[in-house]
Design a protein around this ligand. Structure first.
Ligand SMILES: [Zn+2]
Length: 400
């Protein structure tokens, strides 16, 4: 027999004398069924209640296929006796009631304002979401939805329950067809929303406090909106305000100036990056030329740290300046090894690749006159460099 669920008609009672119906198991864990319960089992996108039964903590509440409600306890239930005191965690429950009732109001707003149906909803521990059949949205549309939704909250309308059978359900214009037949519960916010629903709701819309949409994203060709109600919305407003004001304070700005400041800073950074790239190219070219003038023959250089792109550029510039060959490497930040020979020279550097890849524990490749390897780590880059300096000069000079 299904368990008797008292929260259907009373979602405000949290302390009650629980009569144990059965000690059993659910999902491989020991659990207890009560003769009648105020604990809400996870269902319909709403999380399960927490609380206490006797001395044990209720860590989860789940219903089985037969409609029996199982309370999972920690520690596992022993002999609890026939009747114990139980208590539902009210802070958590009321939070769920705010999110859930808010979801009804918001879904009806999407329907009424945009003709958009709610396809699914999920009320999580932190995030509550609605998937809605909409192609796109913007902040002005969100504002409109929030205004009408919160108007319903502030009018503090009563929320009514009706138990109906298959015949009685026909009297109601439900927002969505019911998922079940037989005796069902209808939850009505007068002149706003009528839904068949088994969740927990506030008595009046005013208790939802406030409804705020915080972001949306595209999923499966629909939009998924994340929203917050009541205390969650206040907490979210708190950290957003603090973050915004703190970010502005650190730059000695007003919060209203922050976005313009970020735009300017990003443009400046892009300009500086471009300028830095140009100057680096000139410095590396001068450095390469100086080395080639100073040293007859090939050039070998190992840095403890130099960006990969600069190592590569150095090698190219050394060859441009007339060196017969070059070996350049850096241990970090990205361990790299570059080998090159003059285009007019001879010898195929790819012949050295197997030995280089093994010593550098890396990956790479290239052409007959230029090879680049991303080494496994700094030490391997250095070891491969030591070997390569000799091997390249030999390969180039010994080539027929
Ligand atoms: Zn509901």
């Amino acid at each position: 027999m299904p368990s008797q669920r008292l929260y259907y008609d009373d979602s405000y009672t949290t302390r009650f004398a629980a009569r144990i119906a059965e000690l059993g198991r659910h999902g491989g864990r020991d659990a207890v069924e009560l003769e009648a319960t105020y604990f809400y089992p996870e269902s319909g996108g709403q999380e399960a209640d927490r609380g206490r039964i006797g001395e044990a903590r209720v860590v989860d509440v789940q219903a089985d296929e037969g409609g029996r409600v199982w309370h999972l306890l920690d520690p596992a239930p022993q002999d609890l006796g026939s009747e114990v005191q139980a208590e539902v965690d009210w802070t958590r429950r009321f939070d769920h009631m705010q999110q859930h009732t808010g979801q009804h109001i918001l879904s009806a707003a999407f329907e009424r304002e945009l003709g958009a149906a709610t396809l699914s909803s999920h009320l999580g521990e932190e995030r509550s979401t609605l998937e809605v059949s909409l192609a796109g949205s913007d902040w002005r549309t969100i504002e409109r939805l929030e205004r009408v939704s919160n108007q319903i909250v502030w009018e503090d309308r009563p929320i009514e329950r009706h138990w109906v059978d298959d015949e009685g359900v026909k009297r109601f214009a439900l927002r969505k067809p019911p998922k079940f037949t037989g005796r069902i519960r209808i939850v009505e916010i007068p002149d706003w929303d009528v839904s068949a629903c088994g969740g927990t709701h506030t008595r009046r819309t005013g208790e939802v406090g406030v409804i705020k949409i915080v972001r949306w994203e595209r999923v499966r060709g629909n939009l998924r909106f994340e929203f917050l109600c009541g205390a969650r919305a206040l907490a979210d407003y708190g950290w957003r305000t603090e973050s915004l004001l703190e970010a502005a304070r650190r730059r000695t700005l007003k919060d209203s100036e922050l976005i313009a400041h970020l735009e300017r800073a990003a443009a400046e950074r892009d300009e500086l990056k471009k300028r830095l790239g140009e100057l680096t190219a000139r410095v590396v070219a001068a450095e390469a030329l100086e080395r080639v003038r100073r040293e007859a023959g090939g050039v070998a250089e190992l840095w403890s740290t130099r960006p990969r792109e600069e190592v590569r550029l150095f090698a190219l510039k050394v060859l441009e300046a007339g060196a017969p060959w070059v070996v350049a490497a850096a241990r970090g930040p990205e361990p790299v090894l570059v080998l090159g020979r003059a285009k007019t020279g001879k010898g195929d550097l790819r012949a050295l690749l197997p030995a280089l890849l093994e010593r550098s524990r890396g990956k790479g490749g290239g052409g007959s006159d230029f090879v680049q390897i991303a080494a496994g780590d700094g030490a391997a880059a250095a070891a491969a460099f030591e070997w390569a300096a000799g091997a390249v000069s030999e390969a180039v000079e010994a080539a027929p």
